[in-house]
Design a protein around this ligand. Sequence first.
Ligand code: NAP
Length: 254
Amino acid sequence: MTFGLGASHYGMNISDKTILITGANRGIGQALLNEALARGAKRVYAGMRTVVEHSDPRVTPLALDVTNVDDIQRAAAQIAELDLLINNAGIAKYDDLTRSTLIEEHFDVNFFGVFRMTQAFLPHLKRSKGAIINNLSLVALAPLPVIPSYAISKAAALNMTQSFRALLKADGVSVHASILGPIDTEMNRGLDIPKATTASAAQGIYDGLSREEEEIFPDPSSQQIAEGWRNGVAKALEHEFSAFVPATAAADVF
Ligand SMILES: NC(=O)c1ccc[n+]([C@@H]2O[C@H](COP(=O)([O-])OP(=O)(O)OC[C@H]3O[C@@H](n4cnc5c(N)ncnc54)[C@H](OP(=O)(O)O)[C@@H]3O)[C@@H](O)[C@H]2O)c1
């Protein structure tokens, strides 16, 4: 079962599309870059804090720290057209909710990073009637209390993703959350649990986009709860509450 919003551009096939990925230098971001190239993307802007050149001429590396407004504005000015923004950059640190600074640190990247990038690239995405994918986590749905600040930031980012989904519907921009389970990267190196490969996660994310899924569950762990999420009370409430947003484009109303 899918939960597309009905417009013809949904279910994006990334072949021949222009894509921007944050945190594209390693981990899941790098796998999303490679998979985009394999699927025939026209151009991939690879956001990185430390720029590394790429051998494929379709890749344009960008100096892009998602906490740095100047970096973001420069990137937005440099890019003329964009079909898909993937907010992938993220941080996760162990904590016990004793330091507010650590909550702020997580929010700066995992929440406000997504917010800043979305705002900066909305004009591009409205023009192309494009899509946004936010890389979130199972811990957005229930906290893993050894990384509570991370979980809180991802839960807030999921809630924001759902609001953007409703607010941007009339503009023709689709907004997706990728609800990732454990993937084999530096981020969870200390966790001794089964992990999916970055390549399979990247494939799952693009496959979910092409199937018009609001929440994409791209790996074996997350897939276990996909049906429960889609048929659950939180999803029903999201759809019910989204009806409060006027059907005309937000810019015409506010
Ligand atoms: N791995 C998992 O099991 C898992 C599970 C659920 C969700 N996720 C999510 O998936 C995304 C990618 O995670 P990953 O596992 O690939 O992590 P990773 O291997 O630790 O890579 C994190 C990436 O984010 C970048 N980054 C961090 N802070 C940034 C900033 N301020 N500006 C721009 N880029 C920044 C890093 O760049 P540098 O190289 O410069 O540090 C790196 O490219 C994250 O949002 C994460 O929360 C991962």
